[in-house]
Design a protein around this ligand. Structure first.
Ligand SMILES: [Zn+2]
Ligand SMILES: [Zn+2]
Length: 241
């Protein structure tokens, strides 16, 4: 399977990632990707850049060397309220692409199934969020059967994160379960690398392997097809405006 976009990529601005935007773009071009998203960490993540960094992403061109660039963010889900820490300089923070992820360090509240379910149901209602980031975390299980149809209803893309199988130990079974429910209720997913080094841009293999194991329909993988990806961008982001 050939994917055309990697929409979860970190840069040196995250301070625990090691490549620049230009290095990521060059890697994306080499791998034949048409789109890349710059999605650095925010808020209380150690060393995360401040709001000026995200605000000033406007200076980065929309396209470099034939690769289109979505200016994005990987925001933190802060607790059961589902509130995310996106800079508030306009509705979408001036950004094209918003990932909402749970990171232990930024979460307040008990890590119960009830709290996590509540958090994701609230995130689903947030119109600025595009992607539900690496939600198969072992310590943050939620009621997949209840929440995934609500993600679908609210046009959230459920991420199958290729790094999860390497750095988030033990989450394979949860990710598989999530993918199976997405297949059952025809909820679109997006496969991302979550790279922290340019060589890993477009490295989707473990996620694709999981999807192939369960015969996941390609037409539900939004970044497997330029038309479906661009139609999502037109309908649910400001990228073409
Ligand atoms: Zn993350
Ligand atoms: Zn990330």
């Amino acid at each position: 399977m050939k994917l055309i976009a990697d929409t979860h990529c970190h840069t040196v601005a995250s301070t625990h990632a090691y490549s620049t935007i230009l290095e990521n773009v060059a890697a994306a071009k080499e791998k034949g990707l048409k789109y890349i998203a710059v999605t650095d960490h925010t808020g209380v993540m150690p060393g995360a850049p401040g709001c000026w960094y995200f605000q000033n992403l406007m200076v980065v061109p929309r396209e470099i060397d034939g690769v289109k660039i979505l200016k994005g963010i990987e925001s933190n889900v802060l607790g059961p309220s589902g509130r995310i820490d996106i800079p508030e300089f306009n509705e979408r923070g001036g950004l094209d692409w918003v990932i909402a992820s749970i990171h232990e360090i930024a979460w307040s509240g008990a890590k119960t199934l009830e709290n996590c379910t509540k958090a994701w149901l609230n995130v689903a209602k947030n119109p600025v969020v595009n992607v539900i980031g690496h939600s198969g975390l072992v310590n943050f299980k939620y009621d997949y059967e209840q929440v995934i149809p609500i993600f679908k209803e609210n046009h959230k893309l459920i991420e199958i994160n290729a790094s999860s199988f390497v750095i988030r130990r033990g989450c394979y079974d949860n990710c598989k379960k999530i993918a199976e429910i997405c297949k059952k209720c025809e909820a679109p997913v997006i496969v991302n690398s979550d790279c922290h080094f340019a060589a890993d841009v477009g490295r989707f293999d473990p996620a694709i392997k999981l999807l192939e194991e369960i015969n996941f329909p390609e037409n539900l993988i939004i970044n497997s097809n330029i038309d479906s990806f661009e139609s999502y961008l037109k309908n649910y982001t400001g990228f073409f405006k």
